[in-house]
Design a protein. Structure first.
Length: 245
């Protein structure tokens, strides 16, 4: 029986916002394998979002190693990390990070403009990037012709959240990271959202890391990791959101 390849490997990772500030992330080890669906559970302010930024290469640890898809992202320069993230990681941000002057459709297609790899995957079926974006939006009740061309500023919070999900999934990223992605969805739309997320990840053998404080969602995942069991911080306080889409 073959053993799945690790998509994420952490070893003795420590992070603090400044050399003098308390340690926010202190994780001895963490391994997440290919195609796993992992639910990372913990209260707000515990450092979960900070860990996700480290995994995506938005920030680097002060000590320790982070390997993602076989690459030591802590040793990459900033530009290389940006390229790696654009090509391989779909990120659903807690604050959405949608571009306000772009339409719904333009926001969903945006990752393909930053990454030729994602663009090629999105149009791989021969239908084109916009058609793939519409397919994803259809599963989230967001493909109405009037909605597609609407500015995201004119959407409700729940609609913006669904646009952010479609944007993360376009171009078949190998790793999908979701930071509190269902907090503004009602029960029915939350179920549809999770169904889409799981189906897309399963079809592409993508790994999913889903962060939430809502323990009721954990039963749908392969593995639940209580954040407090892997993190040993001296002061887990999140800084203001500094991440980029």
């Amino acid at each position: 029986m073959s053993v799945a390849a690790p998509v994420i490997e952490l070893s003795n990772v420590r992070f603090s916002w400044t050399a003098a500030s308390p340690v926010v992330i202190d994780i001895e080890s963490l391994r997440i394998d290919e195609a796993e669906r992992v639910f990372l559970r913990g209260p707000s302010g515990s450092g979960k979002s900070t860990l996700l930024s480290l995994l995506a290469g938005v920030m680097v640890p002060r000590t320790g190693g982070i390997r993602v898809l076989g690459q030591d992202i802590g040793r990459m320069g900033g530009a290389a990390r940006d390229r790696f993230r654009a090509d391989h990681i779909g990120f659903i941000f807690q604050m959405f990070n949608l571009i306000p002057y772009l339409s719904v459709l333009e926001n969903v297609c945006l990752p393909c403009g930053f990454s030729a790899t994602r663009g090629a995957r999105a149009s791989g079926g021969g239908t084109g990037i916009e058609a793939e974006a519409i397919r994803l939006l259809e599963h989230l009740d967001m493909a109405d012709a009037a909605l597609l061309r609407r500015s995201v500023n004119a959407l409700s919070v729940g609609q913006q959240q669904r646009v952010a999900a479609a944007r993360a999934l376009i171009g078949r990223p190998e790793l999908v990271i979701a930071d509190e992605p269902t907090s503004s969805l009602d029960e029915d739309r939350r179920a549809a959202f999770l169904d889409l997320l799981f189906r897309e990840c399963e079809q592409r053998h993508a790994t999913l890391i889903f962060v939430s404080h809502d323990a009721s969602l954990g039963s749908r995942f392969d593995r639940v990791i209580p954040f407090g069991e892997i993190n040993r911080p001296s002061g887990a306080v999140n800084a203001p959101d500094r991440r980029k889409p």
